[in-house]
Structures are given as structure tokens and as C-alpha cells.
Design a protein around this ligand. Structure first.
Ligand SMILES: [Fe+2]
Length: 150
């Protein structure tokens, strides 16, 4: 497995883990802002889930195999587990901000190797995903800025 393939495997594992982090936040969120955060986390997990198939297929296009079990897949992730439920909205937001930062770091790394390999199509794809995750980061950050507990 070359460095590009290895970096894509980390991006895939991070997308999978971030997808699940946002989905469980969508399920487990509680409090007066339930409806707002249920929908917000729903938008994030729907987007990130949609990237999983594409990233895995990009791995196959490079000639490597995608992970064939969940433990194998998750072993490559650099994203920490989310705090156990019940967790406050703010705790969920902070966990997703950290997950999103790791996602961006892994996409940037894969982009570097795609550039070295002069793979324009893959660079375009990764740049598009980076834009989407930067937007997630903005929205998560903006949502986390508050005074007091909630
Ligand atoms: Fe749902």
C-alpha cells in the first residue's frame, strides 16, 4: 500500500467515524434546543455518510482494497470516540468540532499525496470535500459559542 492509498484509508475511516458521531448526536441530543440540533446533526451525518462510498471507491480506483471489516476500518481513524450519552449540546458540538478537524487534516494529507501523484480528478474530489467540511466547521463553531450551560 502506497502513501496515497494509506492516506485515503485514514480519510475513509475518519468519514465513517464522523458520520457515526453526528448520527448518534442526532439520536441522543436532548434539551430545549432539541429540534434545532436534531436537524443540524442530521444534515451533517447525511452529508458525511454520502462521502463514505466515494472515498472507498477512490481507494479501489488506486488499486488498493477497501477495509473489509468494521474493526479494520476503524483502526485507521484518528478521531476520538464521542463522550457517552447523555451529553449536553455543547459537549456534542465540541466532539464534532474535533472530529471535523481530524477529517480536514486527513483530507489535506490525502490531497498532498494526490498532488504528488498528479491525480487531478482525485485532487478535485478531495478539494470539494474540504470545502464542505470547512463549512461544517464554521457552523459547528458558530453554534458552540454561547454563554452558560445548555
Ligand atoms: Fe433521524
Amino acid at each position: 500500500m502506497n502513501e496515497l492509498q494509506a492516506s485515503l484509508k485514514i480519510a475513509l475511516a475518519n468519514a465513517f467515524k464522523m458520520y457515526f458521531a453526528a448520527q448518534q448526536a442526532h439520536w441522543n441530543v436532548e434539551g430545549p434546543y432539541f429540534s434545532q440540533y436534531h436537524d443540524f446533526f442530521g444534515d451533517i451525518y447525511t452529508d458525511v455518510q454520502s462521502s463514505i462510498d466515494d472515498i472507498a471507491e477512490r481507494i479501489r480506483i488506486t488499486g488498493a482494497y477497501a477495509p473489509s471489516s468494521l474493526p479494520m476500518l476503524l483502526a485507521s481513524s484518528t478521531i476520538e470516540d464521542m463522550p457517552p450519552a447523555p451529553a449536553s449540546c455543547r459537549t456534542l458540538l465540541i466532539g464534532l468540532i474535533a472530529a471535523n478537524q481530524q477529517m480536514i487534516a486527513s483530507l489535506n494529507k490525502a490531497f498532498e499525496y494526490a498532488e504528488l501523484a498528479r491525480d487531478q480528478g482525485l485532487m478535485d474530489y478531495l478539494a470539494g470535500r474540504l470545502d464542505v467540511h470547512k463549512k461544517h466547521g464554521w457552523m459547528l463553531d458558530a453554534s458552540s459559542k454561547t454563554l452558560g450551560e445548555y
